[in-house]
Design a protein around this ligand. Structure first.
Ligand code: NDP
Ligand code: MG
Length: 384
């Protein structure tokens, strides 16, 4: 059970919910980080009194330093600051809830410093899965999933000591706001429509990823690395109600599902208290109040991003890095209203064929491929 935590991305959707869990469980907080939300980080520092607070830039860090000069909290900034927070003395667990590939180096730093990882930041595992899992094994640290689907699978696997009996993983997907639409209908959807998730309240990037189903594609890759299961044994089923958070199937075709109200505090808390279960600040699931639970095949033709992720992980090498990097850039451009919603999937596929693939032997290979994919997307859009 976690006693002392460092939270990367404490001002975000996962970060703030994690602090709520820490408060209820009396977990000591050693480091907190934000990119630009200085007001909220100041508030969090005053409440949790961490040894270190990190802002995205030097300018913001200087402002925070002035604001909290009456506290003992040290202030750092940028990627070095995130790595300092990841390796901070005293913390036994680092919860990674920054958004995007920026989380990879701090995660590797935390693992080298022998911290257990509570992992929300899926882009880290999509791009750097091979390095992260190898390093975790070498350093004898655990990676506990925070993502609800992976937490569900992790929970189902507690009853599966014999991994040979595991036949397949079944990830559930809400389908997002555009479930049932055709490619043609998706062309002109607006940023506001894409930001309206039916069941979960999350940060902007993952909300767009959910609308495009990129999120589920990233989760297939995340599941492959976390559970060491080949992708042809990872299926996706659309489940509109987000009550069944995912399932595993055994060789005898018995299926185990994990259910609960859609509230991230359950998976966050389980990642911090594993193997213990403790009362959680969420409503009880009342099955009698649900009219039905529905399940559908995902539409791989319309939701290109989902198809792109499958192709990337089957292709291997730097392909998953490319789809992730291209997506991060494309989502930014969509949110800035520079491209259309369906351009996201097109740009991801184009980047996979335009940027040469390489074997991954080091962190630098991943960082190079990530930059190449982002540059490809930027130049494709500026040349239109
Ligand atoms: P948010 O956008 O709400 O929060 C992101 C956090 O990271 C904020 O603290 C933000 O700071 C910080 N941040 C953003 N960019 C940078 C940067 N360049 N450098 C340093 N810090 C940065 O995201 P979510 O909490 O929704 O998601 C976080 C991660 O968890 C993502 O990888 C997402 O896919 C994953 N996840 C989220 C779920 C959810 O329910 N939200 C569910 C499952 C997974 P600031 O506030 O200052 O901008
Ligand atoms: Mg998820």
């Amino acid at each position: 059970m976690t006693e002392n935590i460092s939270i990367l991305g404490s001002t975000g959707s996962i970060g703030t919910q994690t602090l709520r869990v820490c408060e209820l469980l009396n977990i000591k907080v050693s480091a907190l980080t934000a990119n630009s939300n200085i007001d909220l980080l100041e508030e969090q520092v005053r409440k949790f009194r961490p040894a270190l607070a990190v802002m995205g830039t030097e300018e913001k860090a200087n402002e925070l330093k002035l604001r909290i000069s009456d506290t003992d909290t040290k202030v750092s900034f940028g990627l070095d600051g995130l790595c300092e927070a990841a390796a901070i003395d005293g913390a036994d667990t680092v919860l990674t809830a920054v958004v995007g590939m920026i989380g990879l180096k701090p995660t590797l730093t935390a693992i080298s410093a022998k911290k257990n990882i509570a992992l929300a930041n899926k882009e880290t595992l999509v791009a750097g899965g091979s390095l992260v899992m190898k390093s975790a094994e070498e350093n004898g640290v655990k990676i506990y999933p925070v993502d609800s689907e992976h937490s569900a699978i992790f929970q189902c696997l507690q009853g599966c000591p014999d991994r040979k009996a595991l036949k397949r993983l079944i990830l559930t997907a809400s389908g997002g706001p555009f479930f049932g639409r055709s490619s043609e209908e998706l062309k002109n959807v607006t940023v506001e429509q894409a930001l309206k998730h039916p069941n979960w309240s999350m940060g902007a990037k993952i909300t767009i990823d959910s609308a495009s189903m990129m999120n589920k594609g990233l989760e297939i890759i995340e599941a492959k690395w976390l559970f060491d299961v080949p992708v042809d044994r990872i299926d996706v089923v659309v489940h509109r109600e987000s009550i069944v958070h995912s399932m595993i199937e055994y060789t005898d075709n018995s299926v185990i599902a994990q259910m609960g109200v859609p509230d991230m505090k359950i998976p966050i808390q389980y990642a911090l208290t594993y193997p213990e279960r403790i009362e959680c600040d969420v409503p009880q699931l009342d099955l009698t109040k649900l009219s039905s639970l529905t399940f559908f095949e995902p539409d791989y033709d319309t939701f290109k991003c989902l198809r792109a992720c499958r192709k990337a992980i089957e292709t291997g090498k730097t392909a998953p890095v490319l789809v992730n990097g291209a997506n991060e850039e494309a989502v930014r451009l969509f949110l800035d209203r520079k491209i259309s919603f369906t351009d996201i999937g097109d740009l991801i596929f184009e980047s996979m064929s335009a940027v040469p693939l390489k074997e991954i032997t080091s962190l630098q290979d991943i960082l190079d491929a990530d930059i190449a994919a982002r540059n490809f997307v930027k130049s494709s859009v500026s040349s239109v």
